[in-house]
Ligand binder design. Structure first.
Ligand SMILES: [Fe+2]
Ligand SMILES: [Fe+2]
Length: 261
């Protein structure tokens, strides 16, 4: 059995220190093989926020796979945002967070969906470029019978399709493509836990969102992360929920079927 932790929307700069300490204790107790971090590590890609995230991952000392989110591009430096949007991320978190990872049981790949700018007013929304999807999926050609897990920051499908935050460009088409090539698609951005089946009913692929891990300012649900256990015939997802003291503990559990191939 392989254990993964799925986190997103850490938002260092607005983090609650009790939740950070609680997460570090939970990580030590759960001992996951890998942490999958689906972006928004910071509030505004300030150097001090990136360094705080860096220091936390150093303390946890586990392999981390992920991609930056829309908050990880400099918000208050328009020139840098335009010319070298990912320089700060690359020089800090990018040195320890890898874009892919594999073991005997699982192959993990990631897709970049955050943009420095777009031809629409809300630049926080995501875009899945076909070339990036091709590249992300190329990892799975050698996956064999291993579980195939893809992570990206923005949701490709969402519990409420009319939610304006879920308007990821090429989202529904990309979700169909991923359904044929992945077992799990892990995302962030909505600050909401959800589990949705593939929009293609012939495929068994699960689209999974996680809550924010370090913020108490979430409106609908407490700070949380997902524990994912990979077994021969399926996946067990346990939402790890925080209490008043910043301690994380097991909440709702989903048992998810794994597609035959
Ligand atoms: Fe976020
Ligand atoms: Fe986001």
């Amino acid at each position: 059995m392989t254990r993964l932790i799925h986190i997103a929307d850490l938002h260092f700069g607005a983090e609650d220190p009790e939740l950070v300490a609680g997460f570090e204790r939970a990580c030590a107790a759960l001992a996951p093989e890998l942490i999958i971090a689906a972006g928004d590590f910071t509030q505004a890609a300030r150097w001090r926020e990136l360094r705080a995230a860096d220091a936390m991952f150093a303390r946890i000392d586990r392999p981390v796979v992920g991609r930056p989110g829309n908050h990880d591009v400099p918000v208050y430096s328009p020139l840098e945002r335009a010319l070298r949007p990912w320089r700060r991320y690359d020089r800090t978190l990018g040195r320890i967070i890898r874009p892919d990872w594999s073991s005997d049981a699982v192959q993990v790949s990631t897709l970049h969906t955050a943009r420095r700018a777009q031809w629409r007013p809300d630049w926080s929304l995501g875009r899945a470029a076909r070339r990036d999807v091709d590249q992300a999926l190329s990892c799975f050609k050698q996956a064999g019978s291993r579980a195939r897990v893809l992570a990206c920051h923005h949701p490709l499908i969402a519990p409420d399709p009319s939610d304006p935050r879920a308007a990821t460009r090429n989202g529904p088409e990309t979700a169909k493509r991923l359904s044929a090539a992945c077992d799990l698609v892990l995302t962030g951005h909505l600050h909401e836990t959800f589990v949705l089946p593939s929009p293609d009913t012939k495929q068994t692929c699960w689209f999974i969102g996680t809550g924010t891990t370090f913020s108490r300012r979430t409106r609908q649900e407490s700070a949380s992360f997902n524990l994912i256990e990979i077994e021969e015939d399926g996946f067990r997802l346990t939402r790890q929920e925080s209490d008043e003291a910043g301690r994380f503990g097991a909440g709702r559990i989903w048992e998810l079927e794994r597609g035959k191939r």
